[in-house]
Structures are given as C-alpha cells and as structure tokens.
Design a protein around this ligand. Structure first.
Ligand SMILES: CCCCC/C=C\C/C=C\CC/C=C/CC(=O)SCCNC(=O)CCNC(=O)[C@H](O)C(C)(C)COP(=O)(O)OP(=O)(O)OC[C@H]1O[C@@H](n2cnc3c(N)ncnc32)[C@H](O)[C@@H]1OP(=O)(O)O
Length: 280
C-alpha cells in the first residue's frame, strides 16, 4: 500500500493535506468461476518498488484465504505487464529499504510459485526481468503479440540468482534456458511461443484472461487436494533450496548493488531509459 498526499480546501477555506492509502493491486473474484484476478496497477510500467511488492504479496495471501479456485495475474497498464524491479530502488539506495525490496521480491516469488491453486499469467504487455519472474512462477502463460519477455540480467551486467531462474528451468529445456540466460535474451511473443516460454498467444488482454480461465477450468474435475500435493511435489526442491539460501541471497544482492561500478552502471542504464522515453 502506498500513501499519497491529497490536497483539498476545507470548510474554513484553508487548504488541507490528507494522506490516503492507495492500493497498487486489485483482486476481483468472478462469482461464476470462483477465479481471482490479481491486477497490478502501478503506472506506467508496474515497476516493482517496495509498495507494489507488498501489495502483490497481500493480494496473493487474500486469494489464498478466500477459497478462490485459481489465480490469474495481469496488469492495468496497456502496454506493459511489468518492467521488473523498479530500478530507482537500486540507485543510490537507502540500505534498509533496499534489503526490504529484495526480501519482498523473494516473498512474492515464493508465495506465487508455491500457492496451491492453479495459476496463470495474462501477459498483456512487455515482461522483462522481474516481469518474467512473475509470469514464470505461474503454471500457464498467455501473451499478447509484439511484446518481449525474458531474463535479461546478464545484459545489465548482473546475475539472476538460482531461485529467480528456477521458474525458467521449469518451463524451458535446460539447453535453451542456459543459452537464453547467458545471452540475457529477451524473446518476442512469437519466439516465446516457439520455445515454450509461453503457452498461447491472445490478441487482447480480454482474450488472454479468457484463455487463462479456460486453462484453470481444465482442473474442474480434478481433486484439488491431489492437484495441490502434486504441484508441491514438483516445486518442493526449488522452494527448499530457496529457503536455505534466502538470507545469503539478500546479503549478496545488497553487496552487488552497492558496488561503485554497479551504481555507475545503474545510473547510465536509467539515463538510457529516460532518453528512450523522451524520444517516443
Ligand atoms: C539495471 C541494473 C540493475 C542492477 C542491479 C544490480 C544487482 C542486482 C542483482 C541481481 C538482481 C537480478 C534481478 C533483477 C530483476 C530486475 O527486474 S532488474 C529490472 C530490469 N528491467 C528492465 O531492464 C526493463 C527496463 N524497461 C524497459 O525495457 C521498457 O521500459 C519496457 C518495459 C520494455 C516498456 O517500454 P515502453 O516503451 O512502454 O516504456 P518506456 O521505456 O518509455 O518507460 C516508461 C517510463 O518507465 C520508466 N521505466 C521503465 N522500466 C523501468 C524500471 N524497471 N524501473 C524504473 N523505471 C522504469 C522509464 O524510465 C520511463 O520513465 P520516464 O522517462 O520517467 O517516463
């Protein structure tokens, strides 16, 4: 939850400032299907800052507790599913906040990866890095045309930790994953379908959500406990490994981000993003 200062003129004619809590995600449960749609709403690109990550986590927990039959994750932005971690969180960072950001990214991943109900991503726009992480934590992916998806960390001169890569490895053959990760490859929608990184293409967000609903519907006649335990069996090793390493992983992330050469690189990357945005 993030707070925003609203300015209004009170009865005395004085301007007042009021702090209001703004949720950066919504959860809507369809009465007919029982499927919950979690929508990320942090314009323009759903950059994963601390507040967005906290809201995603609380929405996943809400869905866990409200007996939903499935979870679909999507975005309110017209062109971007999620641009991954908000790079501003990593630039000249406050150390405590930086620690919290990475810890919450870990929490979001393990909650989404480990949830027992069927999960699907309606990828209605670009999904690089942390955007791809969310999509690959799900069991099924439907993406709109002419977008990009992938783990581009090596292109940024950084290494994606093992847990961040494990969703990739669930989906792609090891050889394809190794090549894509070492190249920091971003797949177009068509390439992603060809390699199996996504399951289907849809022409609009609505169609993508419908296809996700249809996927979740394939479990309608499967015993949910048997389904959940089977999913757990497939994912338990990655989760166990993650829990063993998670604290060390936070320390490694902090020490990497704080390196002067990495800070310089992040600054240059941010400038490049801004220049590109200004040209458009
Ligand atoms: C980058 C160096 C990181 C160094 C970290 C060091 C150590 C870490 C160790 C391990 C970590 C490994 C894991 C990392 C996970 C991550 O998620 S890192 C984030 C990587 N994300 C990206 O590289 C995506 C960058 N964005 C884009 O490619 C494009 O924006 C897009 C998503 C394809 C969308 O393009 P579109 O044309 O629609 O939009 P614009 O590019 O015009 O952007 C609009 C607006 O948004 C700002 N912005 C975009 N992405 C981010 C972002 N990730 N964080 C913050 N801000 C972002 C962009 O600057 C524009 O802003 P404006 O100029 O103010 O309008």
């Amino acid at each position: 939850m993030s707070s925003r200062l609203l300015s209004f003129v009170g009865r005395t004619g004085r301007r007042r400032l009021m702090s209001t809590a703004i949720k950066l995600t919504t959860v809507e449960v369809n009465d007919k299907t029982g499927i919950a749609t979690l929508t990320m709403c942090r314009p323009p690109v759903n950059g994963q800052n601390l507040e967005l990550l906290l809201d995603i986590k609380s929405s996943i927990n809400e869905i866990k507790n409200n007996n939903s039959r499935g979870l679909i994750i999507t975005s309110a932005s017209p062109k971007v599913f999620s641009a991954g971690l908000d790079i501003l969180e990593m630039y000249k960072p406050d150390q405590q906040r930086l620690r919290a950001v990475w810890t919450e990214l870990q929490n979001v991943w393990c909650d989404l990866y480990g949830i027992s109900v069927p999960t699907a991503a309606a990828i209605n726009g670009h999904a690089p890095a942390g955007g791809c992480l969310l999509a690959t934590a799900c069991e099924y992916r439907v993406m709109v045309p002419n977008c990009i998806i992938g783990l581009n960390e090596t292109q940024l001169g950084i290494i994606a930790p093992k847990w961040l890569v494990s969703g990739y490895l669930n989906i792609l053959p090891k050889r394809v994953a190794e090549r894509a990760l070492t190249q920091g490859r971003l797949f177009t929608t068509d390439e992603a379908l060809q390699e199996g990184l996504i399951d289907e293409i849809a022409n609009s967000k609505e169609e993508a959500v419908d296809k996700c609903v249809a996927f979740i519907g394939t479990f309608a006649k499967v015993n949910p406990v048997a389904r959940a335990l089977t999913k757990q069996q497939f994912r338990a090793d990655n989760l166990r490994q993650f829990h063993k390493e998670r604290e060390q992983d936070v320390d490694d992330f902090l020490s990497l981000v704080n390196r002067p050469e990495v800070q310089k690189g992040i600054g240059i990357y941010l400038e490049g993003l801004k220049k590109k945005a200004n040209k458009q």
